[in-house]
Unconditional design. Structure first.
Length: 285
């Protein structure tokens, strides 16, 4: 959520900035020394790509429950009641479970890219030492930039819009391990460059679209009754919008309160460890 008035790095400056952050790449020995000093194979972070059978089972059950909850919410009130599907069993997950070989280079690169998305995207702000915004793009744009940065010297391996590799960051792996060590490594490098980070708590917004006929001149067949009906319709629309805004504000307030009752996000904990204070934007107001 950068200030529109703030100067931004050009694409070339962005790539140069990331070259300074990671001069030898995302998965070089210098990165591993910080996030997995006893080797990647011995690191708790390995679980991000090699979850245990129990983790696979817990994730399958949680996904099943989320889908069932969504299905119930979407069911028409007057529609037929559906029998809930049975939850997956440990035996079912065990029958599908396969241990995969470890690929240090690929897995570390993946994890660093995902964590960088969490820091530089997701509505958060990174500001360079000179005050310029280090804006790598929107949610999809940030994913595309990170992948492009890794493959920019191999033009045939990257196509514009190839953002899925890092899109949405660590959303699928963040519960498998504590990612704070990775964020600490990223913030140490940002601080060494004089950069700073501002946290923004995610919230819902309401976008109101103007009706198609707004601003159109009255026709020659202007009718008082039609005008009154249109005004009543507009009043109802404004009232509905006001109620929706109030509901969304309430949901956002509840989400902020809930966040303060839960464990502090790993990004914020890591920032505190490196900078010795809370980032701007935390706690959410």
């Amino acid at each position: 959520m950068y200030d529109e008035e703030k100067a931004r790095f050009t694409d070339a400056e962005l790539h140069a900035f990331f070259d300074r952050l990671f001069p030898y790449g995302f998965a070089n020995a210098d990165v591993l020394a910080e996030i997995a000093p006893e080797s990647w194979e011995q690191s708790p972070l390995l679980a991000c790509f090699h979850p245990s059978l129990e983790q696979r089972y817990d994730e399958a059950v949680q996904l099943h429950r989320n889908v069932e909850k969504l299905s119930r919410a979407m069911r028409r009130k007057d529609g037929p009641e559906r029998e809930p599907r049975p939850e997956p069993t440990r035996d079912e997950i065990r029958s599908e479970y396969r241990a995969e070989p470890v690929n240090v280079q690929e897995e570390v690169t993946e994890l660093i890219g995902l964590c960088l998305w969490d820091v530089f995207s997701d509505n958060h702000d990174v500001t360079a030492a000179d005050g310029c915004a280090v804006d790598i793009g929107s949610f999809r744009g940030a994913g595309a930039f990170l992948d492009e940065h890794l493959h920019r010297d191999q033009a045939d391996r990257w196509r514009e819009g190839d953002y899925l590799r890092f899109y949405m960051g660590t959303i699928w792996v963040s519960r498998r391990a504590d990612l704070a060590p990775v964020y600490v490594m990223i913030f140490r490098r940002l601080r060494a460059l004089g950069a700073d980070w501002e946290s923004h708590f995610p919230q819902l917004y309401l976008t109101e679209l103007a009706p198609r006929d707004q601003g159109v001149e009255q026709s020659a067949t202007y009718s008082v009754s039609e005008s009154a009906a249109a005004e009543l319709k507009a009043q109802k629309r404004r009232a509905d919008t006001a109620r929706m805004r109030a509901d969304i504000d309430e949901l956002n307030a509840q989400a902020r309160e809930k966040a303060l009752d839960q464990e502090t996000p790993a990004t914020v904990r890591a920032y505190r460890q490196v900078y010795g204070r809370d980032p701007r934007g935390w706690p959410p107001a």
